[in-house]
Write a protein that binds this ligand. Structure first.
Ligand SMILES: Cc1ncc(C[n+]2csc(CCOP(=O)(O)OP(=O)(O)O)c2C)c(N)n1
Length: 547
């Protein structure tokens, strides 16, 4: 006999949970220790909001279900923003949320956890009794894994404490999942559309990551150009016919090439306002959307043809149909376009007007310089705000495991915890965060976590002593009105050193010598770059808001 909490921890480890993030209180002490005793690694965050974003980033990069362990009630509410972000991004995440004992509605910790979870778009599940707890938990793990959802499994503390026998036959240990496939007729039709097109473009979203090699092959046969959505940046990196990123982060030249397409096929991509620049990139093209979720088709943009199917299976079926008919197409792949792609691919090659203001560094010049200095084998994580375009678009990424954009909820402040999750997921790479001072300070307490984990992570704080986005969104505001979004200059480097980080203050490119020195050090702690930047609107802000 064993306690339910011990059985659940052991079974989740057996099902494949390797990594747990959380903040431990009385309600999740036992289940978390059971996971650790069965081989899972645990990272103690300093705030549940941080733990949630760490788990989210970890699972985005690895594709594995990680666990987020929370105390009942307030542990869950503290984590809700990160849980919302994960749910919106379809991160396969299992939240183990302790809950008050069944019927104990007068406990201080009591809230209606299922209603809270439902409200933010995650999937509420719970263990219902000691007898069903193991099966309930296995089901929750499977739903998170197979449906790619964020499941919050509530664990009432009285049920956790009950005694059960560990089951001999484990649920879900033998699961086969069949993916939807496309008929030969539909594959042939899609193939014909592609070979007829003169300027076809394939946009790959996060759902294209599993199909990236097939999509490169399909694009090669049909003369299509390739480009990633923001969320999937890096997915086609290295292909000579691929542009970097579609939408808000596009260079002008890349946006032009997408806008001139006569056929656009989105694979596993939402085609939202960011990826399509409010739909303007799709206006001239016939648009096809391939996704394994029917509710994704036409959700953000109406499309001419929707195909519900596994992105890889669809790509392979179309390649086979084209091979059978021996059809191929030069399409968009002309020498002139090759030259345009080379010039338009990266932001770091674009002319960007820089501002010369003594004592402050231009954020574009800073980012391009860091891009050249930092090792290419990296994971880039990007926070929100006015400055987000610089790390988001100027720092190059090696592949689709090298980029995390925790902005599905457009919440600022998730960057620091996300970069910690990314660094834990990819200890072989250098993790780099680009964040504003406002965003960083929202979750700065996790600097301690990064130091404790000895993460050699680079944190670029674009410090304009303001919520810059709000200043540039309201250019006609009076100085008095702007006061509510301006702050005194904060010595972020000193704060970071206080937590145990290495830190430098940067006011000019010459100060980046400190980065070179750190790169040559043991890199056993984070480097925080407090970059005092010129406070101007980013090119993205200027384009979107016309100033
Ligand atoms: C949780 C949350 N609160 C408020 C906002 C509104 N908001 C968007 S950008 C921003 C300012 C961000 O400041 P900072 O991180 O310093 O970046 P900057 O805009 O200065 O580049 C705010 C408050 C938000 N998106 N998310």
């Amino acid at each position: 006999m064993m306690k339910v909490a011990d059985a659940l921890g052991r079974m989740l480890a057996e099902l494949g949970v390797k990594q747990v993030f959380g903040v431990v209180g009385s309600g999740n002490f036992r289940v978390t220790n059971a996971l650790v005793a069965s081989g899972a690694a645990f990272v103690a965050a300093r705030h549940e909001a941080g733990a949630a974003s760490m788990a989210d980033a970890y699972s985005r990069i690895t594709g594995e279900v990680s666990a987020l362990s929370l105390h009942q009630g307030c542990g869950l509410t503290n984590a809700l923003t990160g849980i919302t972000e994960a749910a919106k991004c379809h991160t396969p995440l299992l939240v183990l949320a302790a809950d008050t004992a069944v019927g104990d509605v007068t406990s201080n910790f009591h809230i209606d956890q299922d209603a809270a979870v439902q409200a933010v778009g995650a999937t509420p599940m719970r263990i219902h009794s000691a007898e069903t707890a193991v099966a309930d938990t296995a089901r929750a793990f499977r739903v998170a894994q197979v449906e790619r959802t964020t499941v919050v499994l509530s664990l009432p503390i009285d049920i956790q404490d009950a005694e059960i026998a560990y089951p001999g036959r484990r649920p879900a240990s033998n699961l086969r999942v069949t993916t939807p496939v496309i008929s030969t007729g539909d594959a042939t039709e899609l193939g014909e559309m592609l070979v007829r097109a003169r300027r076809p473009v394939i946009i790959g979203g996060r759902g294209s990551r599993v199909a990236k090699h097939d999509l490169r092959e399909l694009a090669a046969v049909t003369g299509a150009l390739l480009i990633a959505s923001g969320g999937a940046r890096g997915v086609f990196e290295g292909d000579e016919w691929a542009l970097d990123v579609s939408g808000g982060f596009s260079t002008d030249g890349a946006a032009e090439l997408v806008r001139d397409a006569d056929l656009i096929i989105g694979f596993g991509v939402a085609l939202n306002n960011w990826t399509t620049r409010g739909g303007t990139l799709l206006e001239k093209a016939t648009v096809v959307q391939v996704d394994d979720r029917v509710d994704a088709i036409g959700k953000h943009r109406l499309v001419d043809l929707g195909i519900v199917g596994d992105t890889g299976a669809v790509a392979r079926a179309v390649i086979a149909a084209l091979a059978a008919s021996e059809a191929s197409n030069v399409g968009y792949r002309t020498p002139e376009v090759a030259d345009r792609i080379r010039r338009a691919r990266y932001w770091s090659d674009q002319e960007v007007e820089t501002v010369d203001e003594p004592g402050f560094i231009d954020p574009a010049a800073l980012t391009n310089a860091l891009d050249a200095m930092l090792p290419e084998d990296r994971v880039v994580v990007v926070d929100g705000g006015n400055v987000n375009a610089y790390p988001g678009a100027h720092l190059r990424v090696p592949d689709d495991n090298g980029y995390v954009l925790p902005l599905s909820f457009q919440s600022i402040g998730l960057g620091l915890a996300s970069v910690i999750g990314a660094a834990v997921a990819r200890p072989d790479r250098i993790a780099v965060l680009g964040t504003g001072d406002g965003s960083l300070l929202m979750g700065a307490v996790e600097l301690e976590t990064a130091v404790r984990l000895r993460l050699g992570t680079v944190i670029i704080a674009y410090n304009d002593s303001a919520y810059g986005a709000e200043i540039h969104l309201f250019p006609d505001a009076t100085p008095e009105e702007q006061e509510i979004v301006r702050f005194p200059d904060t010595d972020i480097a000193a704060i970071a050193r206080g937590y145990g980080c290495d830190a430098i203050t940067v006011r000019s490119l010459d100060d980046l010598d400190g980065v070179s020195a750190w790169l040559e050090s043991d890199r056993d702690r984070p480097l925080v770059i407090d970059a005092k930047i010129t406070g101007r609107a980013s090119w993205l802000m200027a384009r979107e808001h016309g100033h």
